[in-house]
Design a protein around this ligand. Structure first.
Ligand code: SAH
Length: 185
């Protein structure tokens, strides 16, 4: 697993997803070396790079030009750029450019989560693995409700990571934001 400090980051782009969360997403995705992954909302590339290290091909979409450029820098830094096609644009506007894939990873949806799930889940191969990371309560609820409505069986985990900072007097725990991982089984 890459360290958070292995990523070039920017105040203009969210991410990278914290290392412990990346661990969980990789584990729950069950990603295989032959898989093709479609990621919506690559941000800094935290999850893009982890998938690229483990699968055959990644298509990563982001509507923010700075996110595409930052993910590209991070891919080059780790010699993974040949594994990933970066696509700048809103997910719903580029849907026709995408054929089939094995894993759909959604790390950002900009309020269009239900529509994205409805349209993209039709294109997923029969492995039907969808993973959503959500911070907003509304996104968590929308993800769960939409996946259920579309007939998927799902599991949900929410994690509150606290990291220890070693100080002279002892170890002080600093909490990260809670994040939910919602995925089909
Ligand atoms: N998982 C990433 C961080 C994702 S932040 C990492 O580890 O680095 C969420 C990203 O989703 C943002 O960069 C935002 O621009 C993008 N995004 C939000 N809605 C989108 C949409 N509808 N289409 C494409 N990208 C979107």
């Amino acid at each position: 697993m890459l360290k958070d400090s292995d990523f070039i980051s920017s105040s203009k782009v969210p991410g990278p997803t914290k290392e412990e969360i990346r661990c969980l997403v990789m584990c729950k995705s069950n990603v295989k070396s032959t898989d093709t992954v479609l990621e919506i909302g690559c941000g800094t590339g935290g999850l893009t790079l982890e998938f690229a290290r483990r699968c055959e091909k990644v298509y990563s979409i982001d509507k923010n030009h700075d996110a595409i450029s930052l993910t590209s820098q991070n891919l080059k830094k780790h010699f993974l750029d040949d594994k990933v096609d970066l696509i700048e644009g809103d997910a719903l506007s580029i849907i026709n450019q995408i054929d089939s894939f094995d894993i759909l990873m959604i790390g950002g949806s900009g309020g269009d989560l239900s529509e994205i799930l409805e349209k993209f889940s039709e294109k997923i191969s029969n492995k039907k693995k969808i993973i959503i990371t959500a911070i907003l309560i509304e996104t968590k609820t929308e993800a769960i409700n939409t996946l259920k409505k579309l007939g998927f069986e799902i599991e949900v985990v929410e994690v509150n990571i606290a990291r220890g900072h070693i100080l002279n007097r002892g170890t002080m725990m600093f909490a990260e934001n809670p994040i939910a991982i919602i995925y089909t089984v």
